[in-house]
Write a protein that binds this ligand. Structure first.
Ligand SMILES: [Zn+2]
Length: 346
């Protein structure tokens, strides 16, 4: 365990400058993974850990890889049902204004994401239904190639005509195009084609740690030039030698800050609530998670409760409160305003 790993049980009495900053700001974690079990909501109350740590907005994953479209819809229905039955604690957001409402009223804003457009299949109009069920970003591919384009751990093919059509529809309906898990050529094609900001919801700079899931400086610069944002993830094998410490996360944040400025870096921590399920899934799918690339059991993750301490670290390193506020949530909000609210919404 990294030396800075914080035991959540120790946090209740601690109040740091980071806590105060978080309490005053929009704090948006753009990728959170809860178990994808529509008939078993037993893990969902644990999302309160994010809220207690000061988070005000999360994007919850509703499907990834080659999961069927019907399963994604079933999962979104189950999530929506559970959150909408708890209006004192959660807001299912549709617009950027809803996010401010959630923050102002002390509730956690909820949107959804899908990793990889496999479930769109050969029917790009499915994007409309995903958007109407609250999906606000979709990545083109998930590690492996699909009908839309290339994954980052497969042959480097470009965006297909179908993928291009999906990008256009996403922009039209107000869904953000994400290139996390997507291959290089497809990413460059998307950046060439897109007319709105393109994001990496949860990807780290390869210059800080070489891994096929991480992204090159040139891609980060092009993402920033589109008005987009790179969300730093808290997964140990993408940060270093299975190192999810605050040091490691700060190093990746500061690298992107230095490269493209404070308007283009944010957080997509990728915290996976069911650790046992993660271990079992990684072991069972070496095609998606090759052991040679560092995948295995016991992958370190930055815990939601470490967020105030990460904030402390960045402030202590001399970053202004405005910069820290931008990377905690302001940058994702800007993209939401530019993409979500610009779409027709259906
Ligand atoms: Zn992911």
């Amino acid at each position: 365990m990294p030396s800075e790993q914080v035991d959540p049980a120790d946090l209740s009495s601690a109040l740091t400058g980071g806590h105060a900053v978080l309490n005053a700001r929009l704090v948006w974690d753009n990728h959170v993974c809860l178990p994808l079990r529509p008939h078993d909501p037993s893990f969902l109350p644990q999302l309160a850990r994010h809220r207690r740590a000061g988070t005000t907005m999360v994007s919850i994953n509703a499907g990834f890889g080659n999961v069927e479209f019907s399963d994604v819809v079933r999962m979104l229905s189950a999530f929506r049902g559970w959150f909408s039955a708890r209006p004192d604690d959660y807001v299912l957001v549709r617009s950027a204004d809803d996010i401010e409402t959630a923050r102002r009223t002390g509730r956690l804003g909820i949107a959804f994401d899908v990793e990889g457009g496999d479930c769109v299949g050969s029917d790009p109009q499915r994007v409309h239904l995903l958007q109407s069920l609250g999906v606000r970003w979709l990545s083109i591919a998930y590690n492996r190639n699909n009908a839309l384009g290339g994954g980052c751990q497969d042959d480097d093919i470009g965006l297909t005509p179908l993928g291009g059509e999906v990008v256009s529809i996403m922009e039209r309906v107000g869904m953000v195009v994400c290139c996390s898990h997507t291959g290089l050529r497809t990413t460059l094609d998307v950046l060439e084609r897109a007319t709105r900001p393109v994001i990496f919801s949860h990807s780290n700079p390869a210059s800080c740690w070489p891994h096929r899931r991480n992204i090159d400086d040139d891609v980060i610069r092009r993402c920033a030039a589109s008005g987009g944002v790179v969300g730093i993830n808290g997964i140990g094998i993408f940060l270093g030698r299975n190192d999810a410490s605050i040091d490691a996360v700060s190093r990746h944040i500061e690298y992107v800050l230095e490269l493209v400025g404070p308007q283009h870096v944010a957080l997509g921590l990728d915290y996976i609530y069911d650790r046992a399920e993660l271990d079992a899934y990684v072991l069972a799918h070496p095609d998606l998670y090759p052991p040679a690339e560092g995948y295995g059991t016991g992958i370190a993750m930055m815990e939601p409760e470490q967020l105030p301490y990460l904030t402390d670290r960045l402030l202590a390193r001399g970053h202004s409160e405005a910069t820290v506020a931008a990377l905690l949530g302001g940058n994702w909000l800007r993209v939401a305003k530019q993409c979500w609210d610009a779409g027709h919404g259906e």
